[in-house]
Design a protein around this ligand. Structure first.
Ligand SMILES: Cc1cc2nc3c(=O)[nH]c(=O)nc-3n(C[C@H](O)[C@H](O)[C@H](O)COP(=O)(O)OP(=O)(O)OC[C@H]3O[C@@H](n4cnc5c(N)ncnc54)[C@H](O)[C@@H]3O)c2cc1C
Length: 290
């Protein structure tokens, strides 16, 4: 199924966009990795109409409303959005979705890349075990893991290759099978040695055929590298459209102030712009406008 809109993030901005998308009768998919900033907020006392509401209470009210309107909410970390003619292909977890428009509503989650990581994406560094694991069949791969979610991917990779597991952040790995080796050391940087990838840690070098970096968040530059940014900020027009027609941004990821009410307003602007984009595209395909 090709959705009219895929919204990435189910916080204040994403839920607001989803509610109005459904009001405009758009088929709506919301993909979200977790609870975002509202999940961490004890009390919000400046959200209109809800004095003293807790962040999680507000978040679940917004999500319930989006679902009540008919939006489909699916939990999954979006790793990549790929332009595909007039639509977009979205990789979330290990599943692929298609949508005509995209709303980026991922909040402020920042990802610190390792030195050398960005330059080696696609040349030995990957973020998706299911997509790229087969390239390393019979070889040795590194898993650089930030949390327990990486364990399942590491186990999948161990059916294809020898797996060396390095923790970027401390987490429990008690359920890793014995054939996966957990190495000590804090990852610092990536480089190439011939066709092999080298991970430098504070305990020394680890060499492998490929590396899978598995974090609970994805850098904007990895998620959709085609979107223009300036000083780390997404370039947006007044309709909250990015440099790619059909891709919009809302909420904390779009601009300051980082406030729930502003994120909700952004979600509303972005989805109305997406609805206008769909109408124009439809008219163009019928030859009604140039
Ligand atoms: C401690 C604290 C106190 C605050 N107090 C207030 C206050 O009093 N008043 C106020 O107005 N605001 C307050 N805020 C700010 C407010 O919470 C944010 O401005 C608001 O939540 C932003 O909404 P958002 O939808 O842009 O992002 P978020 O609410 O952060 O939602 C982001 C969503 O994107 C998802 N996501 C991120 N990356 C991916 C990915 N790759 N794939 C799939 N999903 C992804 C997250 O899981 C989440 O669902 C506070 C924030 C904090 C942290």
């Amino acid at each position: 199924m090709e959705y009219d809109v895929a919204i990435i993030g189910a916080g204040a901005a994403g839920c607001s966009a989803a509610i109005t998308a459904r009001q405009r009768n758009m088929s709506t998919l919301v993909l979200y990795a977790g609870d975002g900033a509202l999940g961490k907020t004890k009390v919000i006392d400046n959200y209109p109409g809800f004095p003293d509401i807790t962040g999680p209470d507000l978040l679940y009210k917004l999500r319930d409303h989006a679902q009540y309107m008919g939006a489909e909410l699916v939990r999954g970390l979006v790793r990549r959005v790929m332009p595909l003619g007039d639509a977009f292909s979205i990789l979330a977890g290990n599943d692929l979705y298609t949508a005509k428009t995209i709303i980026l509503a991922m909040g402020t989650a920042r990802v610190r890349l390792l030195d050398g990581e960005e330059a080696l994406v696609g040349q030995g560094v990957s973020y998706c075990a299911t997509c790229d694991g087969m390239f390393y069949k019979g070889g040795t791969v590194l898993v650089v893991a930030s949390d327990h979610e990486a364990v399942e991917e590491a186990i999948y990779l161990s059916t294809l290759a020898k797996v060396l597991y390095v923790k970027e952040k401390p987490h429990d790995t008690g359920d890793l099978p014995a054939e996966i080796t957990v190495l000590p050391g804090k990852p610092l940087s990536f480089s190439l040695k011939g066709e092999q990838i080298v991970l430098m840690t504070d305990q020394g070098e680890v060499v492998a055929d490929g590396a899978f970096v598995l974090r609970p968040a994805v850098a904007m530059t990895q998620l959709i590298p085609e979107v223009a940014t300036e000083n780390g900020k997404i370039v947006l027009d007044k309709d909250l459209q990015t440099s790619i027609p059909g891709v919009f941004a809302a909420g904390d990821i779009a601009s300051a102030p980082l406030q729930a009410a502003k994120a909700v307003g952004d979600g509303n602007v972005a989805i109305l712009s997406a609805a206008k984009h769909l109408i124009l595209n439809k008219a163009k395909s019928k030859g009604e406008v140039q």
